[in-house]
Design a binder for this molecule. Structure first.
Ligand code: ADP
Ligand code: MG
Length: 265
């Protein structure tokens, strides 16, 4: 089977400090692949390399077995949509206009939208619970609403791989679960490969079929949630005390932070 994404011996530095080293792994089509790891471990950098926004110093990133840099921009945009961690909020467009931008890889030179583009835009807006805000300007939205607009734009792009960098970070509980359920649905109904960065290890355990724990720019562990989310792996990487037991909802680990006052002396 073709791999959706392959990274071979990736090395990347900002200025001179190496940020990613010896990164080799692949993502299978239809995976719900979740990247976890401490702040500064290189997660966002990794996503930018996969999206083709940054170039590695060494190694190769392939999308559907083809080097990411060999794609024309529009063709790459039909394969990959990227929702970055921070998105510009001072954006002089309405919600509907931003979501419609997701259709640009399918439009001709003039960028004219057709009926299908408008329908897909409307669907993505409804899916992400933004219908009541469709004509609102982006600078009049909350952080979480903005985040949902960029998720809607990515969905509208109908990629085969959806990359999301901490998409639920600014979302309230119901929108977190709604976005995660939506990703699960895109995966199971449309066979879209989901690659997501998340700090929520419990959501990662419940939704991800493969997890990558990144630590100081290296792959600390990769595999199913049961293998990655052990207290040994997590305590080693995060340096804090954790309780890992079984989630009452299913056969996945559950991670609980242990406050100082509960840590045995
Ligand atoms: P994460 O997303 O896991 O928190 P990042 O990939 O954003 O981590 O950053 C990894 C490391 O690279 C951090 O040490 C960060 O300070 C550094 N870094 C990120 N962006 C830049 C940049 N533009 N210039 C220099 N260093 C950067
Ligand atoms: Mg980040």
């Amino acid at each position: 089977m073709k791999h959706a994404i392959t990274l071979e011996n990736i090395q990347y530095s900002y200025a001179r400090a190496p940020v990613l080293q010896d990164i080799t792994f692949s993502v299978t089509p239809g995976d719900f692949f979740i990247v976890i790891g401490p702040n500064g471990s290189g997660k966002s950098t990794l996503m930018k390399l996969i999206a083709g926004i940054s170039q590695p110093d060494k190694g190769m990133v392939k999308i559907l077995e083809r080097p990411v840099h060999s794609y024309r921009r529009k063709n790459l945009a039909r394969q990959i949509a990227f929702v970055p961690q921070s998105v510009p909020i001072d954006f002089p467009f309405t919600v509907k206009e931003v979501v419609l931008m997701g259709r640009s890889p399918y439009q001709g030179m003039l960028g004219l939208e057709n009926k299908e583009d408008m329908e897909k835009t409307q669907q993505a807006i409804t899916f992400t619970g933004l219908a009541h805000l469709a004509d609102r300007k982006m600078n009049q939205l909350s952080g979480g609403e903005c985040q949902r607009v960029f998720i809607a734009r990515a969905i509208c792009q109908e990629p085969s791989v959806l990359l999301l960098d901490e998409p639920t970070a600014a979302l309230d509980l119901s929108h977190q679960i709604r976005i995660m359920d939506l990703m699960e649905k895109l995966k199971s109904e449309k066979q879209i490969t989901i690659v997501m960065v998340s700090h929520d290890v419990n959501l990662a355990a419940m939704y991800g079929n493969r997890l990558l724990l990144l630590d100081k720019g290296r792959v600390a562990k990769i595999g199913p949630p049961q293998e990655v989310l052990t207290y040994q792996n997590l305590e080693r990487s995060y340096g804090c005390t954790l309780l890992v037991d079984k989630n009452p909802l299913g056969d996945v680990p559950r991670v609980t932070l242990v406050p100082g006052k509960f840590v045995p002396k």
